[in-house]
Design a protein around this ligand. Structure first.
Ligand SMILES: Nc1ncnc2c1ncn2[C@@H]1O[C@H](COP(=O)(O)OP(=O)(O)OP(=O)(O)O)[C@@H](O)[C@H]1O
Length: 306
């Protein structure tokens, strides 16, 4: 079902919806510098659902702050929905935040006005933007998220998972190209988390909206096609999955980023498992390169000297 008002956004830009090149963000507090982002590269194509995972302090929230137009990078370049985030004037920033991106925050209470019904919450951003078809669109969006029968309820009368789904509908109200979610399942139990992540995937499929989810939730990669690791303010490895019609993982593949200088970062698990350190041995194959521990001889696969 794709009601008229939940059809894909008609993008007026070409290329990726999220594009970051060598993004740097340095915070200075009391004379000390913290490099929260250290040359981050990320490309997300229209309609993709991407999870960004990483340890506490790795720079996830800093990146979301920049992508949402709330914060500015210290260096590098970033474009979201065709807007150059380093060159936007204050008015353009307001319009960008109103029309081009939608947000979902961790705290359910941060997303919704508690004394407005679910439908009124969804209509609020449309009212601010001066949209006319508010009631019909709010109904379609809540219906798409399986909440048509909850539209008159107040947020405190809904479960945490339902509230986050209303938050998704609200974030979609002005048909943004990109949806940014910061720990959207942080306050939810496993069942509600799965429902919210599936709702985000469904939204991308039905509306063509690009979705970026920042999370600690290790189960997220069961629900999205692409999970990108962020480490020390840079994107490192990523896993790309293919799902079958029943939503089960059919196949998956692991990737790593290669920067302009040719540097790559290997997944931590492989580094530890193979005992890789200091330097590794490279072996050229037909159209590929193998990485071996320096202590192993690729011709025999045996430890050197044994
Ligand atoms: N406003 C700020 N002033 C000073 N340092 C900051 C500021 N915001 C973030 N940092 C620092 O930047 C680094 C990255 O923080 P960030 O919040 O982006 O990490 P995160 O991956 O989102 O962590 P978490 O998962 O705990 O939310 C941390 O070292 C943090 O202390």
């Amino acid at each position: 079902m794709t009601p008229t008002s939940t059809r894909p956004p008609s993008r007026d830009h070409a290329g990726p919806d999220i594009w970051c090149e060598d993004l740097v963000r340095i915070f200075t507090t009391e004379g000390a510098e913290v490099q929260a982002l250290q040359g981050l590269n990320l490309v997300v194509e229209p309609g993709e659902v991407v999870a960004l995972v990483g340890a506490s302090g790795s720079g996830k929230s800093t990146l979301l702050g920049i992508l949402s137009g709330l914060d500015r990078p210290t260096g590098g370049r970033a474009r979201v929905a065709g807007h150059d985030l380093t060159a936007m004037r204050p008015r353009q920033r307001i319009s960008f935040r109103r029309h081009s991106v939608g947000f979902i925050w961790q705290q359910t209470s941060q997303n919704l006005v508690p004394h407005l019904s679910a439908a009124d919450n969804v209509m609020l951003p449309m009212m601010i933007a001066g949209r006319r078809d508010r009631a019909a669109r709010a109904h379609d969006l809540l219906d798409m998220l399986g909440l048509a029968d909850q539209s008159r309820r107040l947020p405190p009368e809904l479960s945490g998972g339902q509230q986050q789904r209303v938050a998704i509908a609200t974030a979609l109200a002005n048909a943004p190209d990109v949806l940014l979610a910061d720990e959207p399942t942080g306050e939810l139990d496993d069942e509600n988390s799965a429902a919210v992540l599936e709702a985000l995937r469904g939204v991308a499929q039905l509306t063509g909206t690009t979705v970026l989810i920042v999370t600690h939730d290790p189960t997220v990669s069961d629900h999205v096609e692409r999970t990108v690791q962020i480490r020390d303010g840079r994107t490192s490895t990523e896993v790309v999955r293919r799902f079958d019609a029943a939503g089960r993982t059919e196949a998956w593949e692991e990737y790593t980023v290669i920067d302009r200088a040719g540097r790559i970062q290997l997944p931590k698990a492989h580094v530890e498992e193979l005992g890789l350190r200091d330097r590794v041995r490279l072996r050229h194959g037909d159209g590929h390169v193998e990485v071996w521990p320096a202590t192993r001889d690729p011709r025999h696969g045996a430890e050197e000297g044994s």
